[in-house]
Design a protein around this ligand. Structure first.
Ligand code: HEM
Length: 107
């Protein structure tokens, strides 16, 4: 279930959360606080920490994460990038649509 209390978080603020104590990453314009997820990540904590405080969209897609992984990522969302910091992302509309479908099917 999406949180209603989402806020705009700049890339500069994300960059301040770049270690084990507080680890935020950007994924498809969403800002995620993955601190609690670090030790649970099947692809290792070290890999996630490499991208702490930065944009992990490209590498996340390159690893071919499942739809389940995408739904899981949503749970760690704490906000979105301001409009002027959101790059055009071909395919992101498809991802949003696919997530909606999965939510409907599993409701
Ligand atoms: C919130 C962000 C992330 C979530 C929720 C997440 C979740 C997952 C999950 C559930 C898997 C198991 C396979 C699958 O279902 O796709 C996985 C595997 C993996 N993840 Fe992530 N991941 C995240 C970010 C990242 C990032 C940023 C990287 C790379 C820097 C990464 C690299 C990998 C790799 C390499 C595997 C494969 C592990 C293996 O098969 O041995 N992940 N991830």
């Amino acid at each position: 279930m999406a949180k209603i209390t989402q806020r705009r978080i700049s890339r500069e603020e994300v960059a301040e959360h770049c270690d084990y104590a507080s680890c935020w990453i950007v994924l498809h314009n969403d800002v995620l606080d993955v601190t609690e997820f670090l030790e649970k990540h099947p692809g290792s904590m070290e890999l996630l920490l490499e991208y702490a405080g930065s944009d992990a969209t490209q590498v996340f897609e390159d690893c071919g994460h499942s739809m389940q992984a995408r739904m899981l990522a949503d749970k760690y969302k704490i906000g979105t990038l301001p409009d002027e910091q959101q790059p055009d992302q071909p395919g992101s509309q498809f991802v949003a649509y696919a997530k909606k479908l999965v939510q409907l099917i599993s409701a």
